[in-house]
Design a protein around this ligand. Structure first.
Ligand code: ADP
Length: 651
């Protein structure tokens, strides 16, 4: 049946009824591709012509051509004609123009109907209006593509995944970062997520990343992890990955959004820093000294293993206290007599920023007190602000004991030598003077007898008086000679740096000064001219002046006890001043006299011997009150000043 004319009228009217009954816009097609009938509803919707047996026109076009757009017509008519030719079901979604000029989406389906021989006799077709559903879908598609564009425009590497975790989008920044686009993950046999992880995540991190993501997808909790991710250049870089779920009004997850922040540089820098720190710590632990660090506030932040082993006190012991860490550490390891001075001077450094150096006793792990020398310096930032304090202490016990016994031996020797010299002197004076004195006595006695004669023998008396005069002069000469002898005894004189002698004296007396709570300030003139002196004697002079100062300050409050030792370069030599903060000197004119003392157990010989020592060096020693204490000073001729031995020899 190619033609309507071949069709029985009853059959035809039944077909038309059927087309009208169909739940949609029904139509009947013919085996040759023409149409038998378009339902009234279809005609009403489109306004297409109503004819019986709608034949194609001379161009082969259907009469509904005007109801669709040109390209839509090509698609639709060719779909229909293909179905007719192949006798297969038609199924096509298309738009038609309604009478009011608007377009509507239709879904058209048709199936060939056959006779008993299998020959197609007509096509039963139906078009369903799916406009509402289509526009809703279009809208959501448009929205999605707008969102995709937005995600693409964001310069951070982002990805989106469906509620089940399957990635749906990789934005441009992420594709550039990894060199992987979403289309590269289109292997239908595997999930997109597993491909993404296999391709982009470092093999050592893949399992962790997968587990964390699966946990988030399952529970809806945010994902956050640091891992290594492939970069476009083929290397792996550190990433801080995060993802959050997007939920609808009912709280149901509709989408996941994730960001892959590049933190490679930070991680590498941090790693390098940690490595450097570990290396420094290793070096610090290997240092042959006891090392610690304090923060700018003066609280200990670190001490090396050597210090811990040496003292037997670990960080836990110190941290368990409620006092400041510094006080606790000091109380635990420093000798009770030194604790206050150590803490006070350390705190003074923390405030002033000045380096700290001090000697004190510290308990070793075996309970033995050892003399230590501690030093501390501040590390400053470019701005000058202190960022850290570094401390180092060395066990100087042996060295100090050696020095101390040497000093004691020297002191004993010097004292013995002085006593011997004095005994010798008195003996020789006695010996040399006794003879002229005996003559004086004899001559005076004779003179008295000549005067008592009657008449007195004045001539003889005058001669006796002359003898007295001569012998007295002899005695005086003896005394002068003995003094000269004493002054010119052989000295061991060498060119010396007085600054060095001052520092050595401070070191020798350090323990004594610390125990007495006296702070010493050294104000030393740099490049001091050299002096030719007996170093041991000058050292003893200084020791004497320091001891006098300490004794003078014994009664005053400990925080204000201090000695300033100063060296100065003068026109013809060097001056040394020892200034204290004591009560000052009661009788400046008499203190250099032998046996002058204001102390219950004093000898009154110290300053007098000091003055003799200075005289024998062609120097001077004097004292003055400063208002804030006493100042004893001495001068010595510098460098090429004459060597008294040589000078004596030439005289
Ligand atoms: P000694 O100390 O044995 O008394 P010195 O000759 O050393 O003998 O001192 C004599 C006196 O000088 C002391 O007794 C003291 O009165 C006084 N003197 C010395 N140095 C000072 C000082 N720095 N401050 C105050 N008085 C001092």
């Amino acid at each position: 049946m190619e033609d309507i004319s071949d069709m029985h009228p009853d059959f035809k009217s039944r077909l038309i009824d059927l087309a009208e009954l169909l739940p949609g816009l029904g139509w009947i097609g013919l085996p040759n591709g023409d149409f038998l009938y378009h339902s009234k509803a279809l005609v009403a919707l489109t306004g297409m012509p109503t004819e019986e047996q709608v034949r194609r026109d001379e161009n082969g076009d259907f009469n509904w051509k005007a109801t669709v757009e040109a390209e839509e017509y090509e698609r639709l008519s060719s779909a229909w004609l293909t179905a007719v030719r192949t006798e297969r079901d038609l199924e096509v979604t298309h738009r038609i123009r309604a009478v009011d000029g608007t377009f509507r989406w239709l879904r058209s389906q048709a199936r060939p109907q056959r006779d008993d021989n299998g020959k197609v006799i007509y096509w039963l077709g139906i078009s369903i209006d799916i406009h509402e559903a289509m526009t809703a879908m279009e809208e959501s598609l448009a929205k999605e593509s707008r969102l995709a564009k937005l995600i693409d425009a964001v310069p951070s590497p982002l990805w989106a995944a469906a509620a089940n975790g399957e990635p749906t989008h990789i934005n441009r920044a992420l594709a550039e970062q990894t060199g992987i686009a979403i289309d590269d993950l289109a292997n239908a046999d595997k999930s997109v997520l597993s491909q993404a992880i296999a391709k982009a995540i470092h093999p050592d991190d893949a399992e962790n990343v997968n587990a964390a993501l699966q946990h988030s997808f399952l529970t809806g909790t945010p994902f956050k992890l640091k891992y290594r991710q492939l970069r476009a250049d083929g290397r792996y870089g550190w990433i801080s990955g995060q993802a959050n779920a997007l939920r609808d009004a009912d709280g149901i997850i509709v989408q996941w959004y994730g960001v892959c922040q590049d933190i490679d540089e930070e991680v590498l820098a941090h790693e390098a820093l940690r490595e450097r720190e570990a290396r420094v710590r290793l070096a610090v632990d290997a240092l042959p000294g006891l090392v610690w660090m304090c923060n700018p506030e003066g609280e200990p932040t670190y001490y090396n293993r050597r210090l811990e082993n040496w003292s037997g006190v670990g960080p836990r012991d110190i941290l368990s206290s409620r006092k400041t860490l510094l006080s606790t550490a000091i109380r635990m390891i420093i000798h009770p007599d030194d604790q206050t001075a150590v803490e006070r001077s350390m705190r003074a450094s923390f405030i002033s920023g000045e380096p700290w150096i001090m000697r004190f006793r510290q308990r070793r792990a075996d309970g033995v007190w050892r003399w230590m020398e501690g030093r501390m310096e501040a590390l400053r930032a470019k701005t000058g602000e202190i960022t850290q304090w570094y401390g180092l202490e060395l066990d100087i016990d042996e060295e100090l004991r050696g020095q101390e016994s040497l000093r004691l031996a020297q002191e004993k020797l010097a004292r013995a030598a002085q006593y011997a010299a004095m005994a010798e002197l008195s003996a020789s004076i006695a010996h040399e003077v006794s003879q002229p004195l005996a003559s004086v006595v004899a001559s005076a006695d004779a003179g008295r007898r000549w005067m008592e004669m009657s008449p007195p023998n004045l001539e003889r008396a005058r001669m006796s008086a002359e003898s007295v005069l001569r012998d007295a002069n002899i005695a005086s000469d003896v005394v002068k000679r003995v003094r000269a002898l004493f002054q010119n005894r052989a000295y061991e004189r060498h060119p010396e740096d007085l600054n060095k002698i001052v520092v050595a004296v401070c070191d020798i007396l350090n323990e004594e000064l610390t125990a007495a709570g006296v702070a010493v300030e050294q104000d030393l003139f740099p490049d001091l001219p050299v002096v030719v002196v007996d170093g041991v004697h000058i050292q003893q002079v200084l020791v004497n002046l320091f001891r006098n100062a300490v004794e003078a300050m014994s009664e005053i409050a400990s925080h204000s006890k201090s000695i300033t030792v100063r060296t100065l370069s003068t026109s013809d030599g060097v001056t040394v001043e020892v200034e204290d903060t004591g009560p000052g000197i009661a009788d400046v004119d008499r203190i250099f006299n032998p046996f002058f003392t204001t102390k219950a157990d004093g000898m009154g010989m110290g300053l007098s011997i000091c003055r003799s020592v200075l005289y024998s060096h062609n120097g001077r020693l004097w004292a003055e009150n400063t208002g804030g204490g006493a100042k004893i000073s001495f001068t010595l001729r510098s460098g090429d000043s004459e060597d008294p031995r040589r000078a004596e020899g030439e005289r």
